[in-house]
Design a protein around this ligand. Structure first.
Ligand code: NI
Length: 182
């Protein structure tokens, strides 16, 4: 396995719509190795999710793994999940604000309104059908990661840029709000 370079804001790959993966591509040793590398890269960066465009690959693959860590000490736990060609089947509820950051956007946090409930359909890494029913923080993470596949970053979803905060100031003034993440 190998650590992959993370694309930072301004890289054109972050702004392109990612392509779906065919079953043949997914089964290839090349893509399977790439998925392993994405997982290793996410864990190394203390991330809770990573989308393929964030490592310079314009394909519809996301990896997620939620557990409390240095960047998200209050995160709920979700075992590792690989989502290929994900699509929401439902997004519902009144959008609520929560703080977000991104491995492709260094040193910034901002409040984003997201749907509190999400249903998603995808393929797993071996082509199996996955459906996820998510609420709260997991629903937010799903919306954040699938946005990367659409060429969007959380900054595009901010409706009030006055909440944009450097990490140090976030830690100083706003972190305590995060005991109840969106
Ligand atoms: Ni991100």
């Amino acid at each position: 396995m190998a650590l992959l370079k993370i694309a930072k804001l301004g890289e054109p790959v972050l702004r392109r719509v990612a392509e779906p993966i065919t079953p043949e591509e997914l089964a290839s040793s090349e893509v399977q190795r790439f998925i392993d590398d994405m997982i290793e890269t996410m864990r190394d960066a203390d991330g809770i999710g990573l989308a393929a465009p964030q490592v310079f690959v314009g394909k519809q693959i996301c990896v997620l793994e939620l557990k409390p860590n240095g960047r998200y000490p209050w995160s709920p736990a979700l075992p590792l999940v690989v989502l290929v060609n994900p699509a929401f089947t439902d997004l519902s509820g009144e959008p609520i604000p929560g703080w977000e950051g991104c491995l492709s956007v260094d040193n910034l946090r901002g409040q984003v309104f997201r749907y509190p409930k999400a249903s998603l359909s995808a393929l797993g890494r071996h082509g199996e059908r996955i459906t996820l029913e998510a609420e709260g923080f997991l629903a937010v993470v799903l919306q954040h990661e699938t946005d990367h596949l659409l060429g969007k970053v959380f900054l595009d979803r901010m409706t009030d840029l006055s909440t944009l905060t450097h990490q140090r100031e976030y830690d100083r003034y706003w972190k305590s709000e995060e005991s109840t993440p969106a």
